[in-house]
Design a protein around this ligand. Structure first.
Ligand code: GTP
Ligand code: SPV
Ligand code: MN
Length: 588
């Protein structure tokens, strides 16, 4: 390895790396440039050190496998802190610690933390080169797995120094793996310093600092100050057979279907419709001169959920991850192919599970961890939209709030207007998933799918959303969807995946005034003739009515459950949302 000389002359970068090296005392410093040769050399080294396993190169060219520590398999929300000046700035939905106190704690943990190790300097961009929204970050890490993953999910290397120039405005991210002891795990954000420190983890959103930490937590705090939105949203282009393009953003909580929706393949009845992916997890959106909200995807790759992904549910994802992908915590076949629950109907007879243990279909535990993931470049996606690289972003016509709820929430409804839409987003609730540590399947309030990602006071965040209306001549229409409602027997009421095209079509038609709707208690809903069921097997208007049912009794309970968050935010809750609550109750 021969990159112990800085590849930038930016004094602020040089000084910060020097200070950090002084603190962490690595054996050597490696300055990443993002080149192909560098990737090959680092990959080879990771394999030699046992950090990565080379997969079957005939079946999966350029693919590698990583197993994380079993105590380190998902985001740790209880160890995630917003260290703003006051607890009020972080608000009641975030963990807070005073910046000075957190710095003292972390300085102690990071002192000498890289002894005997390499300190990697990872410069990266969040956003296309040259966009007014794009941000520069530098992550200092002692994890070669993080370096190789950041190279996939961000625009990493020299390109970041190009955008930075002689400037001092870059996010300072420090990641020390330590010994992965959960007690030493901190994901600490310092919005006022544009800094992040992450310790004792080596997994996903905890350590790929450009993603949740910079693009969402620090990003949202910045967005509030600067008048834009940093959101946990997919971005897609829906193109009609006549070539009309509609851009849609969707906020669904973690593991609730963003990647799948962003890569949707329409069923045969919708031949001629094309869905293209701009982003699958994060949107940065800004009111533009045309009075519309324009969105960019700050990421350059997907860090997606493996379980459930297969040729029927998400063929575009399967193609995306067929080469040049890093897999984490999936299961392995004897010939070093990958497998996870739901990949094939019948599991292979013999596997090595995500912990490295032999596994057979009789085993009582899953072969792949439920939060096992892939990291793949977005240009691998057959449905990749080249607009993903457009510095001006794409104009958003619709925003969809999506949830995972077994009961209560209908398949789709539309907000009456922007403020009602903000209320719908603010009261979003969803069942917890394996994307974060802790219990799975518990309904919780997850406003705008941002509960774990809003870097400041949630009440102020709602106010920011409400104010955005005044900056928009043509505000996006707002919708709510739920692919996960079930019947009494536990069967999904809606087939989901490609069939979600039917919902998307109604949404797109509503944006252009092509589809009718009926006024219901929750908002506008499709009438029976406005929702295309042609070509569906075993699904008729009766099934749709069941998926769309609004049960007033359930909704009264839902309103009370929502009050819990309102009480928590009390004085900071914008009055508009209290009025919307009253209006909803009056309609129930
Ligand atoms: P994060 O990356 O954690 O933010 O997740 P995500 O929102 O991108 O969710 P993703 O698309 O990866 O889906 C999560 C899980 O839900 C996977 O197991 C999918 O197979 C499953 N899923 C996605 N869409 C649907 C759907 O329409 N119906 C059903 N039943 N399951 C779905
Ligand atoms: C999420 O949890 O919403 C993710 C995965 O997208 S992680 O990058 O681990 O946060
Ligand atoms: Mn996500």
């Amino acid at each position: 390895m021969n990159s112990q000389k800085p590849n930038t002359s930016n004094p602020a970068v040089l000084r910060w790396v020097e200070e950090t090296a002084h603190l962490t005392q690595p054996d050597q410093i490696y300055w990443c440039n993002g080149s192909e040769e560098e990737k090959n050399a680092l990959t080879e080294e990771a394999v030699a050190r046992g950090v990565l396993i080379k997969l079957n190169q005939e079946k999966l060219p350029g693919c590698y496998y990583h197993r994380s520590n079993p105590s380190d398999v998902a985001r740790s929300e209880d160890r995630t802190f917003i260290c703003s000046e006051t607890a009020d700035d972080a608000g009641p939905t975030n963990n807070w610690m005073a910046p000075a106190e957190m710095h003292t704690k972390l300085r102690a943990l990071c002192t000498g933390a890289m002894r005997g190790r390499t300190l990697y300097v990872v410069p990266y961009l969040m956003g296309p080169l040259g966009s007014s929204l794009t941000k520069v970050g530098i992550e200092i890490t002692d994890s070669i797995y993080v370096v190789l993953s950041m190279r996939i999910v961000t625009r990493m290397g020299q390109i970041a120094y190009e955008q930075l120039g002689a400037g001092t405005n870059f996010n300072r991210g420090l990641h020390c793996m330590l010994d992965l002891d959960p007690q030493k795990r901190y994901i600490a954000h310092f919005p006022w310093e544009n800094a992040i420190i992450s310790t004792s983890s080596n997994y996903g959103g905890n350590v790929l600092l450009g993603k949740k930490c910079l693009a969402l937590r620090i990003g949202s705090a910045l967005a509030q100050k600067e008048g834009w939105l940093a959101e946990h949203m997919l971005i897609l282009r829906a193109e009609s057979p006549t070539g009309e393009r509609t851009y849609v953003a969707g906020a669904f909580p973690s593991a609730c279907g963003k990647t799948n929706f962003a890569m949707l393949v329409p069923p045969p009845h919708f031949a001629g419709w094309k869905i293209r992916t701009i982003g699958d997890d994060i949107a940065w959106m800004k009111p533009d001169a045309d009075g519309r909200l324009h969105a960019i995807n700050p990421e350059n790759g997907y860090f997606g959920v493996a379980p459930g992904t297969n040729m029927a549910t998400n063929p575009n994802a399967m193609a995306t991850i067929s080469h040049d992908t890093i897999y984490t915590n999936v299961a392995l076949t004897p010939d070093l192919d990958v497998w996870w629950e739901g990949k094939t109907k019948e599991p292979p007879p013999n596997l090595t599970d995500w912990k490295g243990q032999p596994w057979t279909p009789e085993s009582k535990t899953p072969a792949a961890h439920p939060n096992s993931r892939f990291a793949a470049p977005m240009t691998n996606n057959p449905a990749y939209a080249p607009e993903a690289n457009d510095p001006n972003g794409v104009p958003i016509s619709a925003i969809i709030f999506g949830c995972r709820r077994t009961t209560t929430m209908p398949l789709v409804y539309q907000a009456f207007n922007w403020i009602h839409g903000v209320f719908i987003g603010a009261t979003l609730s969803s069942e917890t998933t394996a994307a974060a540590t802790g219990a799975v399947g518990q309904v919780r309030r997850d406003p705008m799918a941002m509960l774990p990602f809003c870097g400041y006071n949630m009440g102020h965040y709602f106010r920011h959303w409400l104010r955005m209306r005044k900056k928009l001549l043509i505000p996006p229409r707002i919708f709510h969807v739920n692919w996960f409602r079930r019947d009494e027997k536990g069967k999904y009421l809606w087939p989901g995946f490609g069939e979600n095209m039917r919902v998307l079509k109604w949404i797109v038609d509503r944006c252009h005034g092509h589809a009718d709707a009926r006024e219901a208690a929750l908002g506008w809903v499709p009438g029976p003739r406005d929702f295309d069921l042609t070509g569906m097997e075993n699904f008729d208007a009766m099934n749709l009515a069941k998926a769309q049912e609004i049960n007033l009794e359930e909704w009264r309970r839902e309103s009370l459950a929502n009050d819990e968050l309102s009480f928590k935010l009390h004085s900071e809750l914008p009055k508009e949302l209290a009025y919307q609550r009253e209006l909803l109750v009056s309609r129930l």
